[in-house]
Design a protein around this ligand. Structure first.
Ligand code: NAI
Ligand SMILES: Nc1nc(O)c(N)c(N[C@@H]2O[C@H](COP(=O)(O)O)[C@@H](O)[C@H]2O)n1
Length: 220
């Protein structure tokens, strides 16, 4: 399995504002790049915090890219995956529509009724006691034939994926905005590292949309 984390952050490292509302940090060129990355993936992964904040659809927007996938014998859209320990994803969430297969990864602690409601719209993967065990959940996804994984956020999930050693590549668009705020989400939130910091090797540096796209590889 190959896991790439992709996100857009402000010049001061924020994914959104303290209100946790979706903010367009990327411009058109970066959104096109993200669409291509989605089209090249078997699954697009987000945390439930992102579903509750943004209600994303996580589909491929460009019809030509969807056609290209079909021509290659793939479904029009990659699978969607929500990491959601307590099964809080609302039944009305955009990711639960029929545009793509959706997996919701829950823990043993998720209430039975909420799991049952979600199971009507999504394939459930149960891994972990209180919190989703990401190693087990990603292994279960791989058993479903998912090899190329794109993670779109948010900061809590991205930190946990680094902590679990699951990230291979990181691409970050740094946009020409300052958002600020000590409580605004950053690229990697969670508890943070105090030692054994994941080390990155710089790949590409590209000017884009008045900002810069940075591509990193996680060192072994
Ligand atoms: N600018 C960008 O590229 C993006 C920005 N965002 C922003 O990020 C914010 C949402 O991010 P967060 O609040 O950090 O939520 P998140 O999307 O990272 O989800 C975190 C939640 O996932 C669940 N979870 C289950 N197992 C977990 C595990 N092992 N590790 C971590 N989480 C686990 C927990 O309920 C946790 O609260 C929103 O403001 C959204 O707009 C989100 C995606 C991309
Ligand atoms: N790449 C990127 N740039 C930004 O400026 C963003 N705000 C985000 N947010 C992510 O995109 C998702 C929206 O997906 P849909 O358009 O609904 O398919 C959102 O949930 C974030 O994951 N990304």
């Amino acid at each position: 399995m190959h896991v790439v984390v992709n996100a857009a952050m402000s010049a001061d490292g924020k994914l959104s504002s303290r209100r946790r509302e979706q903010i367009a940090i990327s411009g058109d060129a970066d959104f096109d790049r993200v669409d291509r990355l989605r089209a090249d993936s078997d699954a697009v992964v987000v945390g439930v915090g992102t579903v509750l904040a943004d209600d994303p659809h996580l589909t491929v927007k460009d019809e030509n890219l969807r056609d290209e996938r079909r021509t290659n014998g793939k479904p029009a859209n990659p699978a969607r995956v929500v990491v959601d320990s307590s099964a809080r994803t609302p039944s009305s969430a955009e990711v639960l529509d029929d545009a793509a297969t959706t997996y919701v990864c829950v823990s043993d602690a998720a209430p039975v009724e909420q799991r049952a409601a979600l199971a009507e719209h999504a394939d459930l993967i149960t891994a972990g006691e209180e919190r989703v065990d990401l190693l087990r959940a990603f292994a279960a996804l791989q058993e479903q034939g998912i090899e190329r994984v794109m993670v779109e956020g948010g900061g809590e999930l991205i930190f946990s994926l680094f902590e679990a050693g699951l990230v291979d590549d990181l691409s970050v668009f740094v946009g020409p905005k300052v958002i600020g705020g000590r409580d605004a989400p950053t690229l990697a939130d969670g508890d943070g590292f105090v030692e054994n910091f994941p080390e990155l090797e710089l790949g590409e540096v590209e000017r884009l949309d008045g900002g810069v796209l940075l591509t990193w590889r996680v060192a072994d």
